[in-house]
Design a protein around this ligand. Structure first.
Ligand code: TPP
Length: 326
């Protein structure tokens, strides 16, 4: 694993967020299996290092734009779990007052712009925010998460080219789990490292081990510093393993068992914990306490959401038309 000198507080916060993200996806998967959550669901179990490593170098007032596999990305940005849980269960306490659900989660308080069901559709939105930061002269940056499948969408190419030409403060964060639906990466792209494409846009691109949270942190930190300094965008490709199906109910027969075995061996939380314990930053007992405490946070949030009221009729029409959006 990479070596990065961060404060104990920061490292423990990252470790804690990884557990929150893991417990969240395991919890909602269980609820979905029991029929307690409606609609589609895309899980990122085993991809925690990408989200947490990518959001850790950001400031609170930086913006993130997410994918359809977004729960962990939002948690990494600091989203309120109670409001997420509310919307996951269609309750009035949700971030969209129960109208969004899994694929439309957001948290404006932490500038997490939201999930996007249109693959590659969030990237131009994030570029729009970066454009605003440059025009307004703020020192904020935006970070766009997108998958390896999305990397082949026209919207992503156009957004990257435009941002590169205009030197907008944005980080293109490719979460490369090597599968787009049932299609392996080598059937979608002729390059092994998708970050090689950055050169074609005239921006820096780097490929890192997406299961090494410190490697992700380090690469994104450089990109954030560069963007804040006015030097424009960068692309960071984080190679990871998709340990769940494309969506809930996908039994993944098409995925070679060696891929899943390797993904299990490379569990990002185990790797990070081993490092923290070896360095004397955490004891094993402290690690287990964080694991238990974060699980309780998720359980409590979903218990509260279960008991929260459903939206009444007045909520259905609120914020539906542009005139009502303020
Ligand atoms: C524009 C568009 N095309 C196709 C789809 C259907 N679709 C949903 S997820 C997905 C695969 C996305 O793969 P990737 O970007 O690698 O993300 P991952 O699911 O691996 O996290 C596709 C093709 C869609 N939602 N939007």
């Amino acid at each position: 694993m990479s070596e990065v000198s961060l404060s104990r507080e920061k490292l423990v916060d990252m470790y804690r967020k990884m557990w929150l993200a893991r417990h969240h996806d395991v919890w909602v998967e269980d609820m979905k299996t029991k029929g307690q959550i409606l609609g589609s669901m895309h899980l990122a179990t085993g991809q925690e290092a990408v989200s947490v490593g990518a959001c850790a170098p950001l400031n609170d007032d930086d913006y993130t734009m997410h994918t359809h596999r977004e729960h962990q990305q939002l948690i990494a940005k600091g989203a309120d779990i109670g409001r997420m849980a509310g919307d996951m269960l269609g309750k009035v306490t949700g971030c969209a007052r129960g109208k969004g659900g899994h694929m439309l989660l957001f948290d404006k308080d932490v500038h997490a712009l939201g999930a996007c069901g249109i693959v590659g559709g969030g990237v131009p939105v994030a570029v729009g925010y970066a454009m605003a930061f440059k025009v307004l002269g703020t020192k904020q940056v935006s970070l766009a998460f997108f998958g390896d499948g999305a990397a082949n969408e026209g919207s992503v190419h156009e957004a990257m080219n435009f941002a590169a030409v205009r030197k907008y403060p944005i980080i293109f964060l490719c979460e490369n789990n090597r599968w787009g639906l049932t299609c392996p990466q080598h059937e979608q792209a002729a390059v092994e490292d998708l970050a090689d494409r950055a050169r074609g846009y005239g921006i820096p691109g780097v490929t890192v081990n997406g299961n090494d949270v410190l490697a992700v942190y380090e690469a994104v930190k450089l990109a954030v510093d560069r963007a804040r300094a006015g030097d424009g965008p960068s692309m960071v490709e984080c190679q990871t393993w998709r340990m769940r199906g494309m969506g809930f109910g996908d039994t993944m027969e098409y995925v070679p068992k060696e891929y899943l075995e390797e993904g299990s061996r490379q569990d990002p939380i185990c790797l990070f914990e081993k490092k923290l314990v070896e360095k004397g930053i955490l004891t094993v007992e402290e690690a287990r306490a964080i694991e238990a405490e974060t699980k309780k946070t998720i359980e409590d949030a979903y218990e509260a959401a279960k008991n929260a009221p459903n939206p009444d009729e007045s909520v259905f029409w609120a914020n539906v038309y542009a005139a009502e959006i303020c």
